[in-house]
Structure formats: C-alpha cells, structure tokens
Design a protein around this ligand. Sequence first.
Ligand code: NAP
Length: 338
Amino acid sequence: MMSNIPGYTRHSPFVWTWFSGYNVRSLLESFGKSLMKEQTKMAERIGFIGLGIMGAGMAANVLRAGFPLMVWNRTRTKTEPLAAAGAEVAQSPAELAASSDIIITCVSDTLDVETVILGPEGVAQGARAGSLVVDMSTISPATTRQIAGRLAEQGVDMLDAPVSGGSEGAARGTLSIMVGGEAASLQRATPVLQAMGQRITHVGPHGAGQTVKLVNQVMVVGNCLAMAEGLLLAQAGGVDLNKALEAVSGGAAGSWMLSNRAPQILARDWRPGFTIALQQKDLRLVLEAADQQGVPLPGTALIFQLYRTLEARGLSGDGNHALVKALEALAGIEITGA
Ligand code: NAP
C-alpha cells in the first residue's frame, strides 16, 4: 500500500512523485555527500605542538571533538594527560607532521615557532605537500609571512590563527580566533578551529591574524592598567572593593579583564592565566610593529615600562594582572580588599 510508504499521503500525489523520481536520487546523493564531508572532516588527522597553559586546553578540546590527535611537547611530561585521554605522542615535530594533515602550533615566541617549524626535526622536515600548518601562537607578523613563504615552497599552506580569551577560553573552547591566510585553507581548518573557539574571523592574508592580535594586546593591557588604577583608587578611598566591583562591572566599565582578573587581585592570587614574561613579549612585538609604521603608542609604551619594573623584581612568572603591584609600589599602598 502506497499509504504505508513514508512521504506519501493520499492528498499529495506530488509528494510521492517528488519522493520517487529524480529527487530521491538527489536526496540520497546529497546525504551521501554530507556523510562523506563528515567522514573527511573526522579523517583529518590533527597534530598539536605546544601543550602549555593554552595548548593543553586547546588540544584537549580537539580530542574531545573526535579528531584523531597526535601531540608533541618539548617537556614530555606535559603530554601525559592527553596520552591518557587517547592522543598519540610523537617523538619530534617532524614525526608528528609526517602523520598529520593539519599541524597546529601553540608555543611561546617568534623564535620558538621558527624552531618547531623550520628547525632540525621541525615540522617542515616531515610535512607532506597538501598538509596545512596553523600557528596559534602570538608572534611577529613579518616572520609569520616568511615562514608561510618557506612552507609554500614544499606545497604546505599556513594560517596564522592567534587567539584571545585566556586560559579560561582555552579550557572551555570559547576562544576568539583571528585568522590570516587563504580563505580555502581557513575553510578546511574551520571544523578543528571550532573545537577550540567560538568566534573565528578571517582578517586578511598571511600575517594579518598576528597584526590583529597585536591590536588586541594594546586593548588588553590598557584594560588591565585601567582596572589596576581603579582598584587602587577604591582601596585608597576606603570603599568595600567587592561592592565596588559589583557596582561597576555591570556598567560601561565592565570588561573580560575586570570579571576574570579583579577577583584574583582581591584574593592576591598571582597565578598566571598569562605570564608577565609573555605579556612583555607581546608588547615588544606591538612596539616593534608601531615603530616600523611610525605610530605613537604612548600608553602602551608606559605599560611596557611598568611591567619592566616587575620583571626587574623577579616577577616574570606572575599573571599579567600583577601590573597592579607596579602601581602599589608607586602609591605606597596595597590592595587588601578591606
Ligand atoms: P606557556 O604556558 O608558557 O607554554 C609555552 C609552550 O611553548 C610550552 O608548551 C613550551 O614547551 C613551548 N615552547 C616554548 N619554547 C619552545 C621551543 N623553543 N621549542 C619547543 N617548544 C617550546 O604559554 P601559553 O600561555 O600557553 O602561551 C602560548 C602562546 O599562546 C604564546 O604565544 C602566547 O602569547 C599565546 N597566548 C597566550 C594566552 C594566555 O592567556 N596564556 C592567551 C592568548 C595567547 P615546554 O612545556 O617544554 O616549556
């Protein structure tokens, strides 16, 4: 009986015609295609290099999303939690690259990215033509373009895809990712980037992602200084700092920095989401880029010098919110929260 056939009703012979003719074929074809696309996506083997504060959470999210994952970290012990969760561990970046379709790097500085990609036993030694390198570290835009050019010589494309959102964003998979490079490569990388981030923005060609990340950092440190000065004034003014935070965080003064780092300052908890050492590295990159372009950034230059006083006091491993300690030293008062 036709009426038992799904899709058929007595009142809709057109539906059955539609269902039984060419459209059944096209329906099956499109289902097959989307299945193949899904399988291709899941078959992309991901290699992840750099399991620091950011990389550990990001790689865990890639694994959780179902991608086959191989990891490498200079300090091997940091691979153990991911190995226990099902990731393979490579002996070198070259070995990882040879077994991966998309190779992600998230290491500290420009020279470190050059080392893991172009150095002996680096990614370039193992990567096959057609594989894709996605660098999620924050490094020099100019060097990024050079590395992309070097990889292109062996048929490997590169995206610069630095991130913002802190260690919390890395752990939760809610990072903001700013991408430079070819649109087709970004399309290919999108499923894996979606495992790590919520907002993925194509901002231009190779190096543009890093340039936008430097813009981001100018705004981050400006926010951090404003938060620190505000808290210091609240302390000096004798108000309840918790109440002050509650009052201002919902208004125009609210920010990621205020919500995530002010409570840490009140608790005098200096554990890093982002170390002063790496913050200074980013500000060095910002000031170099500004110098090359002849752009004055007086506020950012001042903040760089304030962080320098903390480095001189041996506080490079503190979180970047410890900027407040530089102001406390100038003011001769300490934020106690009371
Ligand atoms: P981190 O905790 O200090 O980790 C750095 C990672 O890079 C570690 O895995 C380290 O290996 C590896 N590494 C450094 N130099 C290396 C080298 N020469 N060869 C091989 N591996 C090397 O730093 P992170 O906070 O995760 O930051 C990673 C990147 O993300 C940086 O570019 C940073 O600016 C950027 N970022 C950080 C944040 C944040 O909130 N933390 C936010 C946005 C962007 P070992 O374990 O052996 O030391």
